[in-house]
Design a binder for this molecule. Structure first.
Ligand code: PMV
Length: 330
């Protein structure tokens, strides 16, 4: 009836890039300057839960509630009065806006909930095109496993989509340890940081044009071959190159801190001690580390990292294990 409330509830996982997205060629459509590739994490520890509902009995204004707090969304009252207003209620089970990809999970869940509510027959690839416009990295959270976001070439962004490179089941031994160095809101938001880098860093163009394209093909081959040392080296190098372009920005941007650098040194020390690469670190636009390793090296990697950093680190807020999400495209 006209009094009905229609609802759709969904969840979306976070994803952690191993080839980083950093730089927009179109800031309105969120079109990237380089392709990127990420790993989707399990929803057990990091996920967004979102409910979209609409009804004629709602006040004529769309609302968005995030983690229990109403958010400010602009609207044209006259137009909205003719629609069934939307109510979005979203909740993260991990720190929001702390460099843990909350906007990726958030926008992916939002887009999927709205598509479900209106029963739009959209494939994950198609939904990724919409989610990308909320937050670039969100386009990679609509699929599980190993996900690539291709830059695309068209000015309207219609070919700038995410696609699954391999499902999580392709590499069941893969694990990710999330080290929450700080749950504070990040210093420089990613959109602002990207624009500073694009406009001022001399290293930026080299990374986007000649470094990342080769790394994309190399890491896709490493994933297909389940070659952990290759996957790990490219992941660490790309994290370092991304943070180097931040340091090369003017004024410079620092996302990593002393604890982050201690994690980098520890991973290299573990790899050197073992004589092969068993662990890889990566950092987004914040100080928190994600460390990838294989299950067989769990004691060595996760055990050592937690024992050493967990005991000696100021600002440590705990670590939790993550298994790759076995989210398959519906
Ligand atoms: O999706 P955004 O606009 O929050 O940007 C994310 C950028 C990085 O997390 C640093 C890299 C990435 O590819 O996820």
């Amino acid at each position: 009836s006209s009094q009905s409330v229609y609802r759709a509830t969904t969840t979306a996982p976070v994803n952690i890039a191993v080839i980083k997205y950093w730089g927009k060629r179109d800031t309105t459509l969120n079109l990237p300057t380089n392709s990127s590739l990420s790993v989707t994490l399990s929803q057990r520890s990091l996920r967004t839960l979102t409910t979209a509902s609409c009804s004629s009995i709602y006040p004529a204004e769309d609302t968005l509630n995030l983690n229990g707090k109403p958010q400010d969304i602009q609207s044209s009252k006259r137009t909205l009065a003719c629609f069934f207003p939307l109510r979005i209620v979203s909740e993260n089970n991990f720190p929001t806006a702390a460099g843990l990809a909350s906007s990726a999970a958030g926008f992916a869940a939002l887009v999927r909930a709205v598509a479900d509510l209106y029963q739009l027959p959209q494939s994950p690839n198609e939904l990724s095109r919409i989610a990308r416009q909320g937050s670039g990295s969100a386009c990679r959270s609509l699929m599980g496993g190993y996900v690539a976001w291709r830059t695309g070439e068209l000015a309207d962004g219609s070919d700038s989509l995410a696609e699954e490179v391999a499902p999580a089941s392709h590499w069941p031994e893969m694990r990710a340890l999330v080290l929450v160095v700080s749950a504070e809101k990040k210093d420089v938001p990613s959109t602002e940081g990207m624009q500073t880098t694009v406009n001022t860093s001399d290293l930026f163009a080299t990374r986007a044009q000649s470094v990342v394209p080769e790394r994309m093909s190399a890491i896709e081959a490493a994933i297909q071959a389940r070659d952990f040392p290759k996957f790990a080296e490219i992941t660490m190098r790309d994290s370092n190159t991304f943070h180097a372009t931040c340091l090369d920005s003017w004024p410079p941007i620092f996302y990593m801190n002393d604890v982050s650098r201690a994690a980098v040194r520890l991973v290299h020390d573990i790899n050197t001690a073992v004589g092969k690469t068993v662990a890889a670190y990566t950092f987004d636009a914040g100080p928190n580390a994600v460390i990838y390793y294989e299950e067989k090296d769990s004691e060595l990697v996760a055990g050592t990292v937690k024992a050493i950093l967990g005991a000696n680190t100021i600002g440590w807020e705990g670590a939790f294990y993550e298994r790759l999400a076995n989210v398959t495209a519906p």
